[in-house]
Write a protein that binds this ligand. Structure first.
Ligand code: HSE
Length: 411
């Protein structure tokens, strides 16, 4: 018998507790050892909830209890989750978590402690919800040199972009619905500004490329500035907007980015709708593979946590291929090549087009039916640093009043 304690009883905590009530026998069977939740730390009371008999309001009860083998950390944010995880690992308990903020900020230290103590620190639930993508890069693709990762790693923003596209709904209304459904983080800024996807990309890149990626070095843009008009231009160009997280390995480091991008409707990632996540991986042996599933929600995330419980219960080492003392060089984005779509408010259409042709390597102009006073233009692929300078020139050019949007385009 292995006993499980829990830090937290929020959305994922309730999901995991409910999963163990419903499918605990399956989890125990697959672990080859009986597993049981015996103690749950939460600050509040939950009258009438099945968790009631297991509740404690004294967090030390979890690491001081010698009978507890594994702790599930399902709190939000870095503190106090980081300190409590450290206490638990130092007390010789395995910890499994869905808390990407802690893993991205303190993963290297916590993994080192787990290795020293001979216990596990596992975080499948921190990336891609139900998709076992960390296990895929560390086990399934164990013989590959992974060269590229492309992902939709945030369910909330994918849900928002899908609803805006399908229903013409306003950003704020869809965000409220995502929060009601339990997809969004406590502070939705982390979702809509891309910080959540950035942390997930750093975690995934670390495991895929074998050294630590610092999430603070990854250039990140969110979707809060995306408008209904941008989505309408996308429709006119046969594209959808997705918040893409990408990392490519080069000889000098990784080129990584989180940003909204137009992707053609026939691109495999364009088919990913609603709260679903997907990760596309290129390896030198496996070739191109793609993984798809619910990226948020109590039971999908709880299922990833449960898979780590089984791994911890069977004594799995903490990601042995990851060199926590080594750091990946994140290359400056200025050298990254991209095509860009501009939505431009004009004072004179013909003058503005002339300016675009002079400044940019124009691939195509796009017009929206029934919309006057503005144009859409797609530039050819250029280095981001060069495009920055050209955008500046464009904004001061003849016939141009204002650049309303600037969105990358993937092919
Ligand atoms: N807020 C996250 C998302 C939850 O929307 O993807 C899962 O990590």
């Amino acid at each position: 018998m292995k006993k499980i304690g829990m830090f937290g009883y929020g959305t994922v905590g309730r999901g995991f507790f409910g999963l163990m009530q419903r499918n605990g026998d399956v989890v125990s069977k697959n672990a080859g050892v009986e597993l049981e939740v015996c103690r749950v730390f939460a600050r509040r009371e939950f009258p009438g909830d099945p968790v009631e008999p297991f509740l404690t309001h004294r967090v030390e009860d979890l690491w001081e209890d010698d009978s507890i083998d594994i702790i599930v950390e399902v709190l939000a944010g870095v503190e106090p989750a980081y300190q409590w995880t450290k206490q638990a690992l130092l007390a010789g308990k395995s910890v499994v978590t869905s808390n990407k903020a802690v893993v991205a900020a303190h993963g290297a230290e916590l993994i080192s402690i787990a290795r020293q103590k001979g216990v596990s620190y596992l975080f499948e639930g921190s990336v891609g919800g139900a998709i076992p993508v960390l296990r895929t890069v560390t086990h399934g693709l164990i013989s590959d040199h992974i060269s590229e990762i492309w992902g939709i790693l945030n369910g909330t923003t994918n849900y928002i972009l899908t609803e805006m596209k399908d229903k013409g709904a306003a950003f704020d209304d869809v965000l409220k619905e995502a929060q009601r459904r339990g997809y969004a983080e406590a502070d939705p800024t982390a979702d809509v500004e891309g910080h959540d996807a950035c942390r997930k990309l750093a975690i995934l890149s670390s495991l895929a490329f074998g050294a630590m990626a610092n999430y603070e070095e990854i250039h990140t843009e969110g979707i809060s500035a995306i408008t209904k008009e941008d989505i309408a231009y996308g429709k006119a160009m046969g594209c959808d907007i997705k918040l893409l997280a990408s990392a490519k390995r080069t000889e000098t480091g990784i080129s990584a980015l989180v940003a909204p991008s137009f992707v053609p409707k026939n691109h495999p990632l364009a088919a990913v709708q609603g709260v679903m996540n997907a990760v596309f991986i290129k390896g030198d042996m496996s070739g191109e593979t793609m993984y798809y599933g619910p990226g948020a929600g109590e039971f999908p995330t709880a299922s990833a946590v449960a898979s780590d419980i089984v791994a911890a219960a069977t004594g799995v080492e903490t990601y042995p291929g990851l060199a926590v003392e080594d750091h990946l060089v994140v290359l400056p984005r200025q050298k990254r090549k991209t095509k860009v779509f501009y939505r431009i408010l004009v004072s004179d259409v013909e003058e503005a087009k002339k300016t675009c042709n002079e400044v940019l390597d124009v691939v195509q102009f796009v017009a929206l039916e029934g919309v006057a006073g503005e144009i859409g233009v797609i530039s050819g692929a250029q280095e981001e640093g060069v495009l920055g300078e050209k955008t500046n020139l464009l904004s001061k050019g003849k016939g141009i009043r204002q650049i309303l949007s600037r969105i990358r385009m993937e092919e």
